[in-house]
Design a protein around this ligand. Structure first.
Ligand code: ADP
Ligand code: MG
Length: 257
């Protein structure tokens, strides 16, 4: 499935006046591509994902999904903050979107159990979110997104609230899941290292209003060992993206970069 963002703009009307959050953003993904979008806080990353998900409408431009016909849902979104239901067990949380789609209870529980196992929560199927750590709850969100088998997966800083060790482990888990269940992923983060480690391609957004400043292929194959982070090409790419983002942050601070 290919996702096309065609000249997307978004203006929010607030009581402080109009806010231009996104300014003519265009890109096209390839089939099963892992695209990371990085940019400073407030640059419109969440806005862009919500538009791609169809949760809000752009002020200008359009989103298109192009690919073979399928019964699978077009997209699923994993949010930055906890999006699990506190009153449901881990298994029921993961099975919930399948229930909405009318899948029988034994069938949806079988599918949910498979993905709960895949994210390492097999022993916790009957636990409730309050009994889990933040990292485990994010794993539930990821299992749920994969279980509903969307054609495109939209992820908004899903590991943003985790400590660096947990983040690294979940990044590797997500890549393993993605290689077993390939599909297009749009993954938003403000973490440049995370973007380069995970993505086939990194799109860099400017500060508000978000505009595409760079669209860079990541020159590493798969599977990707953690040691790529010490590669010269990795460091050069990190430097290049950081220079762009730093310039944007400095504009906001009103200082010289
Ligand atoms: P990011 O996810 O990159 O941090 P957002 O997409 O959340 O950025 O926000 C982009 C800009 O739009 C920010 O200036 C934010 O304050 C503004 N914004 C976001 N949502 C709304 C809204 N519902 N109403 C008004 N302004 C908003
Ligand atoms: Mg955001």
């Amino acid at each position: 499935m290919q996702l096309i963002a065609d000249d997307l703009s978004k203006i929010y009307n607030s009581h402080q006046g109009d806010i231009l959050a996104l300014d003519r953003v265009s890109f096209r993904t390839h089939d099963s591509e892992f695209v990371c979008i990085v940019g400073p806080s407030g640059c419109g990353k969440t806005t862009l994902l919500k538009i791609l998900a169809g949760l809000i409408l752009p002020t200008g431009g359009e989103v298109r999904y192009e690919g073979p016909r399928s019964d699978a849902p077009l997209n699923a979104m994993v949010f930055q903050e906890d999006s699990v239901f506190p009153w449901m067990s881990v298994l029921d949380n993961v099975a919930f979107p399948l229930e909405i789609r009318g899948m029988s209870r034994p069938r949806r529980h079988a599918v949910a159990r498979e993905f709960v196992n895949r994210v390492g929560l097999g022993r916790f199927v009957d636990h409730y979110p309050r009994q889990l750590s933040t990292g485990m709850r994010q794993r539930v969100g990821i299992a749920r997104a994969f279980a509903c088998n969307p054609q495109v997966l939209l992820m908004d800083e899903p590991f943003g609230a985790l400590d660096p060790q947990m983040k690294t482990v979940l990044q590797e888990e997500l890549l393993a899941l993605w290689s077993a269940h390939a599909r297009t992923i749009i993954y938003v983060t403000h973490d440049i290292d995370e973007a380069i480690f995970m993505a086939d391609r990194v799109i860099v957004l400017s500060g508000q209003p978000g505009q595409i400043m760079a669209d860079l292929p990541v020159p590493f194959g798969r599977p990707r060992a953690p040691a790529v982070r010490t590669h010269t090409a990795y460091l050069a790419m990190r430097e290049r993206i950081w220079a762009l983002v730093r310039g944007e942050v400095m504009k906001v601070l009103g200082g010289a970069a």
